[in-house]
Design a protein around this ligand. Structure first.
Ligand code: AHR
Length: 499
């Protein structure tokens, strides 16, 4: 099978906002407790954070982490996580029916974030809380000093403000499962007023308003329009969330789900632009895809979970090779939409639907999805080039004309490279793939990493991490062309040195 992509150095979709490679840490299951934090673990640092996990997070190169939820957020009192640890209350978390110890709060998380070279995307509770708690947490985190909350932060050991730039106004407020679920009108008004005072406290912050929890919500689209009617001039991003699964065990259809993500992004962009036109606004509303991933493997197990445990093993999806291929397709789709999607968060980071798994008091290891994410996050920086793709297509249950190759090229100016990411969706055929790189002087193939040849249901465990990339020699440059061979069912990253 043959396919090609043509790009031109001067035809860009957009610069990649580094926050496109964000992730998410929720106080949920074993993400925080026995995930990133486990005092007494052989690798734990003085503050109780696991160094083995820190190393893996650094390898992923995640520039921003959304925190502390998620559904957890909508019942959370941020003040429970500050001050002396021994005085912090244990609370029932009604979202996940677990017990929250509050051993980790803002200070601890900020220290950890600093150590793994990431920034915090802080979410505020608009479920049970409101404008007052919202303005106070911004004052606590970002005001230099000389006021009640900023001085309390200093007393609690952080002389300098955390200077958190990105803030989410609640979580999935359209969902009836959410504590303090609201109508679009109710949420829109509250988000507007919270946004207004938060920016009065710190005008440098950026705010994300909640879009729909997914595109099959009954209120989807009208929710976005109504929320933006209220918040358009007050916020900077609208959120999208989406999780995929292969419940029907239909691989061609599963691997085509990135088309659903693309449609979702395009539709939400259209709604933003409709409100912009209606308001005669000059402002462009950008998007924050702040929860995305595969999530379905753990559903059956989680339905049997006993309530009110501390750090129970919930949402522990064990990812297989086909999940890594879909995550690759989804990453490419986010890049294709980098002109509007400025923030995206792979949900989540450790143990809970995550690229990193840990055993309590034991090992940490890489799930299959770790690799496409790490490739994109480390090398897919710079400028996304507008692709003209010529590829054979197939039809499946949900979509027609699905290209056998999902692909994109990014000009990484800092490294002097064009980086091509591609998934070959064909189960049987190798793909002869040509990239025409107009306007570039090609020097050599710097690296070609591929993942292929595994059983599609193969997973990684702590003892067997076989689903991993390997180096390929099947790519060469000549003139303005890259010629590469992509194996059937493969994730590919080709880095080309350019002038
Ligand atoms: O990431 C898992 C959960 O999915 C989050 O808590 C919630 O926001 C979403 O429904």
């Amino acid at each position: 099978m043959k396919a090609s992509m043509t790009v031109n150095k001067n035809f860009a979709i957009s610069k990649v906002d580094p926050r496109l490679y964000g992730s998410f840490v929720e106080h949920r299951g074993r993400c925080v407790y026995t995930g990133i934090y486990e005092p007494g673990h052989p690798t734990a640092d003085e503050a109780g954070f696991r160094n083995d996990v820190k190393e893996l997070v650094k390898e992923l190169n995640v520039p921003i982490v959304r925190y502390p939820g998620g559904n957890f957020l909508s019942g959370y009192n941020w003040e429970d996580g500050i001050g002396p640890r021994e005085e912090r209350p244990k609370r029932l978390d009604l979202a996940w029916k677990t017990v929250e110890s509050n051993e980790v709060g803002i200070h601890e998380f900020a220290t950890w974030a600093n150590e793994v070279n990431t920034e915090i995307n802080m979410a505020i509770n608009l479920g049970t809380r409101g404008i007052d708690a919202a303005r106070n947490i911004v004052e606590y985190c970002n005001h230099p000093g000389g006021s009640y909350w900023s001085d309390l932060r200093r007393q609690n050991g952080a002389e300098k403000p955390f200077k958190i730039k990105t803030w989410c106004l609640g979580n999935e407020m359209d969902g009836p499962w959410q504590i303090g679920h609201k109508t679009a009108e109710e949420y829109g008004r509250l988000a507007q007023e919270a946004a207004k005072v938060m920016k009065w406290v710190d005008p440098d912050i950026e705010l994300v308003a909640c879009g729909s929890s997914n595109s099959v919500m009954p209120t989807y689209a009208s929710w976005e329009a109504t929320v933006l009617e209220h918040t358009y001039e007050y916020v900077d991003y609208l959120s999208l969330h989406c999780y995929y699964g292969n419940q029907k065990n239909n691989l061609p259809n599963y691997l085509a789900q990135s088309i659903d993500m693309d449609n979702f992004i395009k539709s939400v962009t259209a709604i933003c632009d409709y409100v912009k036109a209606k308001k005669r606004s000059k402002k462009v509303m950008n998007l924050s895809f702040d929860e995305w991933n595969v999530w379905y493997h753990s559903h059956a197990q989680d339905s049997k979970n006993e309530p009110w445990q501390y750090a129970p093993p919930i949402l522990q999806d064990v990812y297989n090779f086909e999940d890594a291929l879909l995550v690759g397709c989804l990453l490419i789709t986010l890049l294709k939409n980098a002109d509007r999607v400025k923030i995206a968060c792979l949900a989540q980071l450790v143990n809970v639907i995550a690229p990193i798994m840990t055993d309590a008091m034991g090992d940490a290891w890489k799930q299959t999805i770790f690799y496409p994410f790490a490739h994109a996050a480390n090398f897919g920086r710079g400028t996304v080039l507008h692709p003209i793709i010529d590829a054979p297509t197939y039809d499946c249950e949900s979509f027609k004309n699905v290209p056998f190759v999902e692909t994109i090229a990014v000009h990484n100016e800092d490294l002097g490279e064009v980086v091509v990411f591609a998934v070959n969706r064909s189960e049987t055929e190798e793909m002869d793939f040509t990239v025409n790189l107009q306007g570039f002087e090609l020097e050599s193939v710097a690296d070609f990493q591929e993942m292929n040849g595994f059983d599609i249901k193969q997973v990684n465990t702590k003892d067997d991490g076989r689903v991993a990339p390997k180096k390929s020699e099947n790519a060469k440059v000549s003139g303005e062309k890259l010629e590469a061979k992509f194996a059937p069912l493969s994730w590919n990253m080709v880095r080309i040195k350019v002038k």
